[in-house]
Design a binder for this molecule. Structure first.
Ligand code: 5MM
Length: 350
C-alpha cells in the first residue's frame, strides 16, 4: 500500500460501511443539463427550484436509509437545503445516509480521437475536495465514458481515462474521501455481450494498473462498473443468468480482491432488469466472490418516482413511495431475494 496519508483505515471503514449488509448507493448527481433533459421529457420546468424540490423529495423519503447507505450529490445539490432550511447533507446524515459528491466536470471530446471522450476536472480538484469534505461529504465519484464502436474504444482513450480516474482517486484519498471509480462502457449500440465483456475487461485491467501506479489503496475505494450486457440494439439479448455469469466472470479476471465492493451503475436498463441482474449475481456468486456485489443506480431507482412527481407537490408522497419501492427491490437483490412478484407487492414507506 503506497498511500502516505495515514488515513487508510478510516477510508476502508467508510468504504466498508457503504457496501455493508444489503444496502447500496443512490446516484442523485445528474449534472444540470442531464437533470433538465429528464425534466423536459416529463414536462417539468427546468429551473434551480424544480431541481431543488425534486432532490428534497428524494432526501426526505421516509425510510430511505433502510436500503441506501450513501447518496451521490452534484455541486448544486450539496449546497442546497430543504424548504425548512435543513441542509441536504444534514438531512441525509440524519437518515443514516453518507453524503457523497460527483467531482468530474463531465466527459468532453478527446482530442484526435473522433467519437471518444475524456472526463475533465483534475485542475483545482485538491481544493474542491477539501471544500466538499468540510461540507460533510465522505466519498466522491468520477465517471469515465467508453463507447463501443468501429475500432473504439482506442488504447489512447482507455489509458487517458484510466490515468485520470487514478489521479482523481489518489487526490480523494489524500483528502479523506473514499473514491468511487466509475469506468462506464456504454450500452448504446448493436455490439454483442462478448464485445462488452472483452472491452470491460480491458478497461478494468487498465484502470487497476493505473490505480496501482498512482499509489491508490484499494482497500479504501469502491468500483462502479457497468454490468456486462449486450448492446441495446443487439438482436441477441442473453438471459438474466447469462449476463450475471458474464459480468462476475469478467470482474473476477480484472478486479483485485482487496477492493471491498462493487457498486454497479444501471446505464439505462429498466429498474426491474437492473434488480433482476443484480439479484442473479448475488444468487450465483454472492458467497464466492471477494467483494460485495452492490448497486449505485440513478435511473434504475429514480425514474418511476420522477415520472410520478411531474413537478407537482401533490404527487410527492406517491413519488416517494415509488422511490422507496425501487430502493427496497435492490436491497432484496443484494440478498438474492428479489423476484418479479415483489414488483406487485409494493414496498410501503413508513
Ligand atoms: C452512468 O451514470 C451514473 C449512474 O446512473 P445510471 O444508474 O442511471 O446509469 C450516474 O451516477 C451519472 O454518472 C450521474 O447521473 C451524472 O451524470 P452526468 O452525465 O449528468 O454528469
Amino acid at each position: 500500500m503506497q498511500n502516505t496519508s495515514g488515513n487508510i483505515q478510516e477510508l476502508a471503514g467508510i468504504a466498508g460501511l457503504l457496501v455493508a449488509g444489503d444496502k447500496g448507493l443512490l446516484a442523485m448527481d445528474e449534472s444540470n443539463p442531464t437533470c433538465d433533459k429528464r425534466f423536459a421529457a416529463l414536462g417539468i420546468p427546468q429551473t434551480v427550484e424544480a431541481r431543488r424540490s425534486y432532490r428534497e423529495l428524494i432526501v426526505a423519503t421516509p425510510g430511505l436509509g433502510e436500503s441506501i447507505s450513501g447518496a451521490i450529490l452534484c455541486d448544486e445539490t450539496i449546497r442546497q437545503e430543504k424548504k425548512d432550511g435543513t441542509p441536504f447533507v444534514k438531512a441525509l446524515s440524519g437518515a443514516g445516509i453518507v453524503p457523497g459528491i460527483k467531482v468530474d466536470l463531465g466527459a468532453k471530446a478527446l482530442a484526435g480521437r473522433p467519437g471518444e471522450k475524456i472526463s475533465e476536472g483534475l485542475d483545482g480538484l485538491r481544493g474542491r475536495l477539501r471544500e466538499y469534505f468540510t461540507m460533510g461529504a465522505r466519498f466522491a465519484k468520477w465517471r469515465a465514458v467508453l463507447t463501443i464502436g468501429d475500432a473504439i474504444p482506442s488504447r489512447g482513450c482507455i489509458e487517458a481515462n484510466a490515468q485520470a480516474l487514478a489521479r482523481y482517486a489518489a487526490l480523494c484519498q489524500e483528502a479523506g474521501l473514499v473514491p468511487v471509480v466509475e469506468p462506464e462502457v456504454l450500452m448504446d449500440g448493436g455490439h454483442t455481450l462478448e464485445r462488452c465483456r472483452e472491452t470491460t475487461e480491458e478497461v478494468l485491467r487498465t484502470v487497476f494498473e493505473q490505480l496501482y501506479t498512482q499509489g491508490v489503496a484499494l482497500e479504501g475505494m469502491l468500483l462502479k462498473p457497468n454490468m456486462v450486457v449486450p448492446g441495446l440494439t443487439c438482436p441477441v439479448q442473453e438471459t438474466v443468468e447469462e449476463t450475471a455469469d458474464a459480468t462476475v466472470k469478467c470482474l473476477l479476471r480484472a478486479v483485485p480482491a482487496a477492493v471491498p465492493g462493487i457498486a454497479f451503475l444501471s446505464g439505462g436498463q429498466s429498474g426491474e432488469l437492473a434488480s433482476a441482474r443484480l439479484n442473479a449475481m448475488n444468487v450465483g456468486f454472492g458467497s464466492r466472490v471477494p467483494w460485495a456485489l452492490a448497486f449505485s443506480f440513478a435511473r434504475a431507482i429514480q425514474q418511476p418516482a420522477m415520472a410520478i412527481w411531474k413537478g407537482e407537490a401533490a404527487n410527492v408522497p406517491a413519488a416517494q413511495q415509488a422511490l422507496y419501492h425501487r430502493a427496497s427491490c435492490n436491497r432484496a437483490a443484494r440478498r438474492g431475494e428479489y423476484n418479479a412478484s415483489l414488483e406487485k407487492t409494493e414496498h410501503r414507506t413508513r
